[in-house]
Design a protein around this ligand. Structure first.
Ligand SMILES: *Cc1c(COP(=O)(O)O)cnc(C)c1O
Length: 355
């Protein structure tokens, strides 16, 4: 009797709403090979532990940090939570707060809630970037960390990281950069976002987004060892003495997949991918604008546009996987699996629906 039914995973052809993508073939293979290794127990699984060190080294190279501390997380959510966690543990206040722009990712809400840290959000300016005056007014001596976003989830904007770092450090707070989505494309832009661009303290950067690693693979990076030490707890039944991760047992697939993807694509592959997808985003934006549709300029490969009522739903009905910003605009993320032909067929469906 055959009990196992073979199910087919969803194709990526119509997926325009995802921040994840098809893994690089080498990353896929390596992930499968290390599926049963547990980097959470590095004294037992020494090979994957060594690969994790190499992955962190490479992430350091990508983010311009010579001596990176950190680990491969389950994603940007865990990296953000742990950055806030470390900042709280290192600070001396009894009523800690965290300050972030309203464009910050919802994982900061989770972090604040779990860690007993007050979340203060500040408005963004006309170009969807953190408003510095509002930030200045929101920080105080109880601020443990300021979070800036390098590649926002809704509009792909990069906050003024260097100026935010000054404000954070003047207030005695740490500076965390959330480059979960943008980290693998920003090295090819003029933006200031990296460890070399400003004295930031920590960063979230996700190999499982533009890095083309299989899920789950995020990255937490820190400039100093104190950040990781502030997260470490004793581990009585393991041969290693402490653990800084939020999860215990982890899949070796994330670590091995992330390393293989980065080894295959850094830096020429990622550069090409950035150029292709930025060109795709500009193509889509100009097609939409040519039809009189109000479109937010794509400064990174992410397009937001104002569709007439009902159009969004009609596109979903013909199977386009698209999403909306908080204010209801269409949001298209040009990830590595998005092709020009795919976007052309999206535009022709749009024309059919609007006619
Ligand atoms: C995707 C994303 C996150 C969350 O990352 P997960 O990998 O989904 O946990 C956090 N911040 C930003 C800016 C993101 O784009």
């Amino acid at each position: 009797m055959q009990r196992l039914r073979r199910r087919t995973p969803q194709e990526f052809d119509c997926v325009l709403s995802s921040m994840c993508t098809v893994p690089h073939p080498a990353a896929h293979d390596e992930a499968v090979r290390f599926l049963s290794s547990n980097p959470g127990d590095p004294a037992t699984y020494q090979t994957i532990a060594k690969l994790e060190d190499e992955a962190v080294e490479l992430l350091g190279e990508i983010t311009d940090l010579d001596e990176p501390y950190g680990y491969i997380t389950s994603g940007g959510t865990e990296a953000n939570i742990q950055a806030v966690h470390a900042a709280r543990n290192l600070a001396e206040t009894d009523s800690p707060n965290l300050v972030a722009p309203e464009s910050g990712h919802f994982s900061l809400t989770k972090a604040a809630e779990m860690l007993g840290v007050e979340l203060r959000t500040v408005p963004v300016d006309d170009d969807y970037r953190a408003d510095l005056e509002a930030l200045e007014a929101a920080v105080d001596s109880d601020t443990v960390v300021v979070v800036g976003v390098a590649g926002t989830t809704e509009y792909g904007r990069v906050d003024p990281i260097a100026a935010m770092t000054d404000i954070a450090h003047d207030a005695g707070a740490r500076m965390h950069v959330d480059a979960s989505w943008g980290g693998f494309i920003l090295p090819f832009t003029e933006y200031e976002w990296s460890f070399a661009d400003a004295p930031i303290d920590s960063m979230a950067i996700d190999p499982h987004k533009f890095g083309q690693a299989p899920v789950p693979a995020g990255g937490l990076l820190a400039r100093d060892r104190a950040t990781v030490d502030a997260l470490a707890v004793d581990t009585p039944y393991l041969e290693t003495t402490s653990q800084a991760t939020l999860t215990g047992t982890r899949s070796g697939a994330g670590v091995a997949g992330a390393l293989a993807a980065m080894e295959s694509l850094w830096s020429a592959g990622y550069r090409q991918q950035y150029r292709d997808q930025q060109a795709n985003a500009e193509y889509l934006a100009s097609e939409l604008q040519a039809r009189g549709i109000e479109t937010v300029e794509p400064t990174l490969p992410l397009v937001a546009a104002e569709l007439a009522p009902g159009t969004f739903e009609s596109l979903r009905e013909v199977d386009w996987r698209i999403s909306r910003t908080a204010s209801g605009e269409l949001r298209v993320v040009c990830m590595p699996h998005v092709t020009r032909e795919g976007l052309e067929s999206f535009v022709s469906d749009l024309d059919r629906i609007r006619s």
